[in-house]
Ligand binder design. Sequence first.
Ligand SMILES: NC(=O)c1ccc[n+]([C@@H]2O[C@H](COP(=O)([O-])OP(=O)(O)OC[C@H]3O[C@@H](n4cnc5c(N)ncnc54)[C@H](OP(=O)(O)O)[C@@H]3O)[C@@H](O)[C@H]2O)c1
Length: 213
Amino acid sequence: MHYAQSLDGRIAVAGRTTKLSSATGVERAHSLRASHDAVLVGAETVRIDDPLLTVRAVDGPQPRRVVLTTTLDLPEAARLVTDRATPSERIVIGTHAGARPEARAWLEGQGVTVLLVGEIAPHRASLAEALAALHARGVERLLVEGGGRVITSLVDAELADELSVEIAPVILGDAATPAVGRLGARASVTLTDARSTVEDGHVFVHGSLRGAR
Ligand SMILES: NC(=O)c1ccc[n+]([C@@H]2O[C@H](COP(=O)([O-])OP(=O)(O)OC[C@H]3O[C@@H](n4cnc5c(N)ncnc54)[C@H](OP(=O)(O)O)[C@@H]3O)[C@@H](O)[C@H]2O)c1
């Protein structure tokens, strides 16, 4: 997983695109994308940020791009859906219970691959099934870039191996979106092998989540 957060652990002003990454952070994020088979974000991140999820700041291969949703409802102008120019498969994962047939038809008409998995709670697809479906399509290394609810679900389900965080010298306050929210029965998670560097006032932390609890 990789994301940028404020000093107080927030990834965005609620409902707004919020720039937290430095130029170095963007390069690191794009290097990470290039070293993974696929990049995944949650549907709210697509609705709010409209990311392309391509590798642009460095040279490298383009990973497949994946959106996790339940309904398959994404904005018609979403760049990730409409961008046919980048040579990377676009995949949208929805749920059998929540997927709207019209949304599926529209996505497939745009050349997007649609996969359906089980739903474990409202607006929560089964991550285990989603990861298995991606693995079955050849994705060995998956980079998850957010947002907060997807990150929280992955940490809580113990399905993430490594965490890479850029901490920006900014405070966003309680109303902003947390990087990690309520962790089920878990009180806390400590990274093992954590390493950090500081560049231009931004702290970069990288550590392992496997065996961290
Ligand atoms: N600073 C950073 O590095 C960074 C990176 C990415 C995003 N962001 C910010 O994060 C914010 C969005 O985060 P968010 O927490 O509101 O939403 P999110 O995590 O991006 O997306 C949540 C959505 O993902 C879908 N989903 C399906 N299965 C899920 C599961 N098992 N667990 C969690 N979600 C699942 C649901 O979509 P449906 O509604 O379709 O059911 C759910 O509403 C935006 O403001 C964006 O700017 C910041």
